[in-house]
Ligand binder design. Structure first.
Ligand SMILES: NC(=O)C1=CN([C@@H]2O[C@H](COP(=O)(O)OP(=O)(O)OC[C@H]3O[C@@H](n4cnc5c(N)ncnc54)[C@H](O)[C@@H]3O)[C@@H](O)[C@H]2O)C=CC1
Ligand SMILES: O=C(O)C(=O)Cc1ccc(O)cc1
Length: 364
């Protein structure tokens, strides 16, 4: 007997889930595309066993249905599913970045024999589309599930069991609490990154040096501002109430700094930095959280023409995916330091071993 998985919205997250499940014993993955161009891209990327433009065909006899579309479309998709014949016992889940609204909607339109369990794999990237999908995306990440009290334990465990293929760690959280916490650690930082980039963009209109000198650290801390505008528009609108409260608190934090600076209160500034430093040192070491960290290594590079290209080629020949590279120090009189960033720890380890075998000094 095969287990049929239907994935609606085969983009970054849907495509990555498909890759985790496709080819596993007894599993068939069918993707749903909302337009012919998407269907072609999904076929070309080969992440599913079959892909269709028909919602009915995708949902028919599915044991699990994953809704992986932008948050603003989730309720629409749930509604459309209620109009289709679904297999008795079917589990419907989603991957949206907010959980309160979709869980409430599912409760309103629930029907006997079909179980909705909200989900949020807390891993991703600023990229989108099926081309960016990866089998490794969820490895070691947290995967939040938000079942309502009326979901049978057996259904919850079936989903939990299926998700072991993602190698993520499942965490059960109340949907409202999910939105409050993820609002603070993911959605608010997103707004701050975007606001910061736009502030500097405005300054740059008057002086192009801003953009030129913003390489490196500024680019890193604002990476998430390059994310898909539609995906993030929907997240913000869906978590609006929580975010309005968080932004008021944020204003208070910033007002605090304004007061400290106006009063030239060095001691107060130091106390604020110390408190942040202390709390930050207590954050889990885990490398995968709501905002993805890159895995970095540093190597000394002699001041030899073409050396950077050689290193990139060496990694490319071994199919090691480099996410970013940056020269940290490059002066004629000192050797440079090159930072190489990888999305996966495994890639970083392979790069480190290979570059060491070529005689480079590598620091982590
Ligand atoms: N991007 C990320 O890092 C993460 C995203 N999520 C959530 O996952 C869901 C999907 O996000 P991604 O995979 O990043 O986005 P994506 O843009 O890569 O994929 C979205 C998919 O939905 C499809 N879609 C279906 N109907 C659509 C319509 N009418 N308009 C636009 N697209 C339509 C698109 O064709 C595409 O395949 C969102 O709900 C998002 O909040 C959750 C965790 C991480
Ligand atoms: O690019 C990053 O680091 C992200 O922040 C990815 C991300 C986007 C949305 C989520 O709900 C969870 C993770």
């Amino acid at each position: 007997m095969t287990t049929k998985i239907a994935i609606f919205g085969v983009g970054l997250i849907g495509g990555s889930l498909a890759l985790c499940l496709k080819g596993k014993p007894g599993i068939t993955v069918v993707g749903h595309a909302h337009r012919p161009e998407s269907l072609k891209r999904i076929e070309e990327r080969g992440v599913v066993d079959a892909v269709t433009l028909s919602m009915e065909e995708a949902a028919a006899d599915a044991d699990f249905i994953f809704l992986c579309v932008p948050v603003g479309l989730l309720e629409d998709y749930l509604q459309k599913l209620t109009e289709l014949p679904l297999k008795p016992g079917c589990i419907v889940t989603d991957v949206g970045s907010t959980k309160a609204a979709v869980t409430a909607c599912a409760a309103r339109i629930s029907r006997p024999g079909v179980h909705f369990i909200g989900g949020h794999p807390m891993a991703g990237s600023e990229r989108s589309g099926v081309e960016a999908a990866s089998t490794l995306l969820f490895e070691n990440a947290f995967y939040v599930l938000t079942p309502s009290p009326d979901v049978p334990e057996a259904a919850y465990h079936r989903l939990e069991q299926l998700l072991t293929h993602t190698k993520a760690q499942i965490v059960r959280v109340d949907p409202v609490m999910h939105d409050e916490i993820v609002g603070a650690i993911s959605h608010l930082p997103h707004i701050i990154a975007v606001a910061l980039v736009n502030q500097v963009r405005d300054y740059n209109d008057g002086n192009g040096l801003y953009r030129m000198l913003a390489a490196g650290g500024f680019r890193d801390i604002t990476r998430i501002a390059s994310s898909d505008p539609v995906i993030w528009r929907d997240i913000l609108l869906s978590n609006r109430e929580v975010l309005l409260g968080l932004l008021k608190d944020w204003n208070r934090e910033i007002e605090g700094f304004i007061s400290l600076l106006e009063a030239q209160n060095g001691e107060g500034i130091e106390v604020s930095f110390q408190k942040a430093n202390q709390f930050r040192s207590e954050l889990p070491e885990r490398r995968k959280g709501a905002i993805t960290s890159l895995f970095d290594i540093y190597i000394d590079v002699p001041d030899t023409p073409g050396i950077i290209g050689q290193i990139a080629t060496e990694l490319g020949l071994r199919h090691i995916n480099l996410s970013n590279m940056q020269i940290i120090e490059s002066r004629e009189d000192v050797p440079g330091v090159l930072r190489l960033s990888f999305r996966q720890e495994g890639e970083m380890e392979r790069a480190r071993a290979h570059l060491q075998s070529l005689g480079h000094t590598v620091y982590v």
